[in-house]
Design a protein around this ligand. Structure first.
Ligand code: IPD
Length: 282
């Protein structure tokens, strides 16, 4: 049977506002614990938001699957072909802990493992990003992208989102450091600058809005990316790299580049992979 994607979006928007209320009510009041290491953090609010969202989705859409950051079991949880809600209750948990106002709830919906609806809501700044396959994407009521490029996108004129992520040793860390170094250096990309919003979804939405030209991550999970993926695609941009389009959540550390739609995009992607990341081990 066909799924009414606009109805799914409207329900996810409602849930995102509810999640936002809960997040705001706990800001500055939650303790945190470590997961994999001392920079991989989680709070009781992450779990509370996932429970709220998970229960309401199960009630409304009992036949759809659910995959969430806090209930993910490494090696066991798989993103299936079935209609699935892919949820990060708080993307930007470190921001949330520090009261830096760039955390959001990221609610994606995939069919055949491809995102078709995305809702990303930052309750601190009241930023509601939505995207539905075939229906465009929006920031609040404004269609995305908010602005067109000032010139063809090249490495040399790009403002690029990056994150340190949680891996701070080994090949993944080295790949990140080498990539940042090559992008910044005069004999490398010599880009305009880096920005770190501290949330994968916020970074991807900033690309969709045309505020960042690209966002490069050295490792993410499906819930960090699913909602942003369709919001960016509907704004004319795309995500390339690692394993585009298909996720296997049992495989960690997917390297990817989110890039806006622009006359220079194809060449930019080629330059990025050929001269910056392509030669590195990750
Ligand atoms: C993290 C953030 C961060 C990114 C990490 C993610 P979380 O998500 O999006 O910016 O660099 O890869 O895991 O833990 O805050 O939900």
């Amino acid at each position: 049977e066909s799924i009414d994607l606009l109805e799914v979006r409207d329900f996810l928007v409602k849930l995102a506002y509810e999640a936002g209320e809960l997040i705001l009510s706990k800001t500055g009041k939650t303790g945190f614990v470590d997961k994999a290491n001392s920079v991989d953090l989680v709070t009781e609010t992450d779990a509370a938001v996932e429970k709220l969202v998970g229960e309401k989705l199960a009630e409304k859409y009992p036949n759809f699957e659910f995959m969430g950051e806090e209930s993910y079991v490494p090696g066991e949880t798989k993103l299936s072909e079935k209609p699935t809600f892919v949820v990060d209750p708080i993307d930007g948990t470190t921001n949330f802990i520090h009261s830096f106002p760039f955390s959001c709830t990221s609610l994606g919906f995939t069919v055949n493992r491809i995102p078709v609806v995305g809702v990303v809501y930052n309750p601190f700044l009241k930023l509601m990003y939505t995207g539905v396959k075939g229906h465009g994407s929006f920031l609040n009521d404004e269609p995305l992208p908010l602005r067109k490029s000032f010139s063809n996108l090249t490495l040399q004129n790009a403002l690029i989102g990056i994150e340190w992520g949680t891996q701070r040793s080994g090949p993944n860390y080295k790949c990140k450091v080498d990539t940042f170094n090559k992008l910044a250096a005069e004999d490398g990309g010599m880009i305009h600058g880096f920005r770190s919003l501290g949330s994968a979804a916020m970074n991807i939405c900033a690309v969709a809005a045309g505020q960042l030209d690209a966002y490069w991550e050295g490792g993410c999970y499906a819930w960090d990316v699913a909602a942003g993926w369709i919001i960016l695609s509907e704004a004319g941009g795309r995500i390339v790299g690692g394993n585009p389009g298909i996720w296997d959540p049992s495989v960690d550390q997917r390297v990817y580049l989110a890039v806006k739609g622009d006359e220079g995009t194809e060449q930019f992607i080629k330059d990025f992979w050929d001269s910056i990341v392509g030669t590195l081990e990750y």
